[in-house]
Design a protein around this ligand. Structure first.
Ligand SMILES: [Mg+2]
Length: 264
């Protein structure tokens, strides 16, 4: 069953849906890389920017970003990274005796230090997608309940939204700190609002995350949208076009009325 009118609750991913953080990702990744590795590649790390941006869709959580840069430095083929990221990542982590938690701590530490010492530069590396903040502002003025569900630490998101003067309810921002899959957070949101799944719409740019929601038996009626402007590929757009359970959403449509979002 599909709700053609409008959602009571709209949940959004942050990176790749609301905010384009590619520049920040890369600069934070370089700084983290330099803490973990002290090899001779240091001066040339900036040269990997474009490859890093292109490969960003393979990343599921932040700690993988320094590993991705490491894979580029180690000259793994780009096509191999793209089609085989999980194995490449595991291989590097094992070979170099790394620990996921430790890489994650380094990365968050770099961010925290950067925010503390040079907030302005850090903020300037983030670009909000055109029209998205305006749309969120309008929705907040009406009665749509908004949530942000992100794998970034919630405190970073709060910082960014504060700077944009968007009075987003902070209690509705679920970051990495909740330590649970996004479908679990969606479940929690439904429960706390006593809403049925059909009244919840969820926008995300990672197809894998949407597929996980889709496979939850109690969540099949949540309306799912893949943000085509985010960190995803034409291949995932094609998959979604053939999938009746997920809608492909463009940035242009996002700014329009909810009635335009779901194609019959
Ligand atoms: Mg995302």
């Amino acid at each position: 069953m599909v709700n053609y009118s409008s959602p009571k609750i709209l949940a959004l991913d942050f990176d790749g849906v609301i905010c384009n953080g590619l520049k920040e990702y890369f600069q934070t990744t370089i700084r983290t890389y330099q803490k973990i590795w002290s090899d001779s590649s240091q001066d040339t790390l900036q040269n990997w920017a474009n490859s890093f941006y292109q490969l960003r869709p393979v990343i599921e959580t932040g700690w993988e970003m320094p590993i991705l840069l490491r894979a580029l430095v180690l000259e793994y083929e780009q096509a191999n990274i793209e089609s085989n990221w999980h194995n490449v990542c595991v291989e590097i982590v094992e070979k170099e005796n790394l620990n996921k938690q430790q890489v994650m701590n380094e990365l968050d530490g770099v961010r925290d230090h950067w925010i503390k010492t040079d907030l302005e530069t850090w903020l300037s590396l983030h670009e909000f997608y055109p029209g998205v903040l305006e749309k969120l502002g309008k929705l907040l003025d009406f009665s749509t309940i908004l949530y942000i569900i992100t794998t970034k630490e919630g405190r970073f998101v709060k910082q960014l939204l504060k700077q944009q003067n968007l009075s987003f309810p902070e209690a509705n921002i679920f970051g990495k700190e909740v330590k649970q899959p996004k479908y679990e957070t969606l479940r929690q949101i439904l429960k706390s609002n006593q809403e049925i799944p059909n009244n919840l719409w969820f926008i995300e740019d990672l197809l894998k995350t949407l597929n996980k929601v889709k496979s939850q038996e109690d969540l099949t009626e949540v309306n799912l949208f893949l943000a085509d402007w985010g960190y995803n590929t034409v291949k995932s757009h094609e998959l979604v076009k053939q999938d009746s359970a997920i809608n492909l959403l463009s940035l242009d449509t996002f700014s329009q009325d909810f009635s335009q979002w779901i194609k019959c």
